[in-house]
Design a protein around this ligand. Structure first.
Ligand SMILES: C[S@@+](CC[C@H](N)C(=O)[O-])C[C@H]1O[C@@H](n2cnc3c(N)ncnc32)[C@H](O)[C@@H]1O
Length: 214
């Protein structure tokens, strides 16, 4: 078992969350991330959070944007377990669900799709197939905002995050993706798209968030 899950099992859910918050703060300031994301999500939007994980970052986004509704999905067995109860009525959790599964589920199309710290966990050879599904959604909902948050490689903080993914999370297939490569990849896979950089790279380097739209 990787170090992260082993520690979580050892200390129990409550302490795991506290430790998780402190540990995550080494790599990202969730308030700054939420501020950057909030600036590019349309008013009253339904946000589809793909690869939502524990949902801790959503607490910050839901706090600053009282108008948002979120569906958070993850292929893992649990998703959104750390979302605070006060936001529960605004969040739908879909564990064991892929984006492709969501698209054929008959649920409503979102206004924005959030892919936060997920792409670097998808091996390079599988990214085009994942993004093809995003394209299917974009063709169906041309007003869609596709927001990608990730980490620019090439700094000590980014390297620490990489080691954390490999040795603490236990994901040996992690492959960092720069802003430049991300823009190129999304242009290749989504067709002609515009993009805008959020302020995240200025406020909390090496984290970045870019929004893509038609
Ligand atoms: C580092 S976590 C990020 C969680 C959350 N988005 C955040 O910002 O804290 C990466 C998540 O991506 C999910 N994931 C990995 N491959 C995926 C895929 N192909 N589609 C959707 N989610 C995926 C994992 O299960 C994991 O929960």
């Amino acid at each position: 078992m990787a170090l992260g899950p082993a520690v979580r099992r050892l200390v129990g859910a409550r302490w795991a969350r506290r430790l998780g918050r402190c540990y995550r703060a080494i790599f990202v300031d969730l308030r700054k991330e939420a501020a950057a994301l909030a600036a590019v999500i349309p008013s009253g939007a339904h946000v589809l959070d793909v690869g939502g994980g524990d949902g801790e970052p959503l607490n910050h986004l839901l706090a600053v944007r009282g108008d948002l509704r979120v569906t958070t999905l993850d292929p893992g067995e649990v998703v959104g377990q750390w979302i605070e109860p006060r936001y529960a009525s605004r969040v739908t959790r879909l564990p064991g669900t892929s984006l492709a599964g969501y698209l054929v589920s008959g649920r409503s199309d979102p206004d924005a799709i959030l892919i936060a710290d997920v792409l670097h966990h998808i091996p390079e050879s599988e990214r085009a197939a994942f993004l093809h599904t995003v394209r299917v959604l974009l063709d169906r909902a041309p007003g869609l905002r596709v927001i990608v948050k990730d980490v620019e490689p090439g700094s000590w903080r980014a390297l620490l995050g990489y080691w954390s993914d490999v040795y603490v999370t236990g994901d040996k297939r992690v492959s960092p993706i720069s802003r430049e490569r991300l823009v190129r990849l999304l242009r290749e896979t989504l067709g002609p798209v515009c993009h805008e950089h959020t302020k995240l790279f200025e406020t909390d380097r090496p984290n970045y968030a870019i929004v893509f739209f038609r």
